[in-house]
Write a protein that binds this ligand. Structure first.
Ligand SMILES: [Zn+2]
Length: 236
């Protein structure tokens, strides 16, 4: 269902029409395919020459990519947010500025009330897997509100039950509603095992404690920083 795919030879994002203009309708015989910018699988073109359907890129049957027609319900909210690959590379690098990394971690920790270094690293790796950095318009300021939705936080000493932060957004929007319509969005805290909402578990976007936490990072110890730095060390 995606409107954007990677053109293999140029590495650029293209629309279905642009892809056909570049490769022609016989692209399959040439062994060139549009590639999903998220799951990286080869896609098919649909509807480019039709007056009746909107052109799109289709995933292979059975795909559960969030940009396919049968997304994994866990990540369906990410949807088909418009992408910008170049700004994605910049955002990934910006997050790894030392002070920014501390701020993003501190804000995620404030949103979740408790967040270990390894849990934060796992959020970033899930972000890498889903290429969230490339969402057009996403900045380091909004990043914590996306990152906390990406993994389930397991029960631990500090947390009696496993938690999941679910994005509540307007119908027919995708994750970009966080920065395009923050006043219409919230994060809802749920128990990850039962799916039940946590009482009084609604968090507005932006959230005051999380915003304040961004400027209060002096408490982050050297050993904790070394752990959260792992999500950048892979990219250095
Ligand atoms: Zn995909």
């Amino acid at each position: 269902m995606s409107k954007q795919a990677i053109h293999q030879r140029s590495g650029k994002l293209v629309s279905p029409e642009e892809f056909v203009a570049l490769e022609g309708p016989q692209y399959r015989e040439k062994g060139v395919h549009p590639i999903c910018p998220v799951c990286k699988c080869p896609l098919d073109l649909y509807g480019v020459h039709s007056m009746h359907v909107t052109s799109r890129f289709d995933h292979p049957d059975g795909s559960t990519c969030e940009r396919s027609s049968h997304p994994d319900p866990r990540y369906a909210y990410l949807g088909n947010a418009e992408l910008d690959l170049d700004s994605g590379v910049r955002l990934r690098a910006d997050m790894c500025e030392i002070e920014t990394l501390k701020s993003v971690y501190a804000a995620c920790r404030a949103l979740t009330r408790k967040l270990t270094g390894p849990e934060f690293v796992e959020m970033c790796r899930q972000g890498d897997k889903r290429n969230i950095w490339a969402y057009k318009g996403l900045t380091t300021a909004w990043l914590p509100y996306v990152l906390v939705t990406l993994i389930d936080l397991p029960a631990c000493d500090a947390r009696n039950q496993p938690l999941r932060f679910v994005l509540n957004k307007p119908a027919r929007t995708d994750v970009s509603a966080i920065w395009l319509r923050p006043q219409d969005c919230s994060l809802e805290k749920h128990f990850a095992d039962t799916g039940n909402p946590v009482r009084n578990g609604s968090i507005p976007i932006p959230n005051d404690p999380a915003e304040r936490a961004k400027t209060d990072t002096a408490w982050i110890s050297k050993s904790l920083f070394e752990i959260i730095w792992q999500c950048c060390a892979d990219h250095a």
